[in-house]
Write a protein that binds this ligand. Structure first.
Ligand code: GLP
Length: 236
């Protein structure tokens, strides 16, 4: 594991963007596993700038997102599809048809989860997986549990996750109670993993996840076993 501590969010975002841009430059048809949340916003803005400056080309990139709320479709401004379209896909030259986010409105969610895993498999897996980390140690929406779940699956969100994510919704009652998330199998099989975390509030969970015991009670701790993991942390 490479653990990089930086002085501020600006620097974290610049380093993360340059790692992603290097991946795409070295392998133009990279499969990128992408994340939502506030942590990647700076890196996404930087990538958009690099793309408009002609310094990185996403025209052959394929993306697969980690997760989606159940019941929110892509037109809902709180859905992760909407987040990705607004904050990244509309600002870079990726082909819309090359972007995937799990469908949280699928009638048959089990079939949707199987379709998503089959899609990732058919792409040959993920080249670079970008992750944030939840305050309870979740990655994607893999919440603390007694086991690590390998496949894409439906999850019941923890109360603490609902509270943390309520800041994006009009009221806490509007936060969906369930979500679909990529499982640990596809994340751990990604050839590279880049996790970004910022703020003093994340210090304890970062410490537990990367310097504590590996346990499904802290889902991100499984990443300690990944052969090519980079963690970038900024306290400010
Ligand atoms: C959500 C997402 C995660 C993300 C986490 C942290 O729960 N499902 O993928 O890592 O939030 O978000 P933030 O970066 O806003 O702290």
């Amino acid at each position: 594991m490479k653990f990089i501590k930086v002085e501020n969010y600006e620097k974290l975002s610049r380093i993360a963007a340059s790692i992603i841009a290097s991946q795409v430059t070295v392998k133009p048809c990279s499969v990128l596993g992408l994340a939502t949340g506030s942590s990647p916003l700076g890196a996404y803005a930087r990538l958009a700038q690099m793309c408009s400056d002609g310094d990185v080309d996403f025209s052959e990139v394929i993306s697969v997102n980690l997760d989606e709320y159940v019941g929110l479709d892509g037109t809902n401004d709180q859905s992760y599809r909407y987040f990705m379209d607004t904050n990244l896909f509309s600002k870079i030259n990726i082909k819309p048809e090359n972007t995937s986010v799990p469908n949280g409105c699928a009638k048959d969610l089990k079939a949707e989860c199987e379709r998503y895993d089959a899609l990732i498999e058919s792409l040959g897996g993920i080249d670079l997986q970008l992750l944030g980390i939840g305050l309870d140690g979740h990655i994607g929406f893999n919440e603390p549990d007694s086991v690590f779940t390998k496949e894409t699956h439906e999850v019941v969100l923890d109360e603490s996750t609902i509270e943390a994510n309520a800041r994006f919704f009009a009221s806490i009652d509007d936060v969906p109670k369930t979500a679909v998330t990529m499982g640990m199998g596809a994340i751990m099989k990604a050839r590279k993993v880049l996790l970004i975390a910022n703020g003093k509030g994340k210090r304890d969970i970062v410490e537990k996840a990367f310097f504590g015991p590996i346990t499904p009670a802290v889902p991100a701790s499984i990443l300690q076993l990944h052969p090519d993991l980079t963690v970038i942390y900024s306290e400010n």
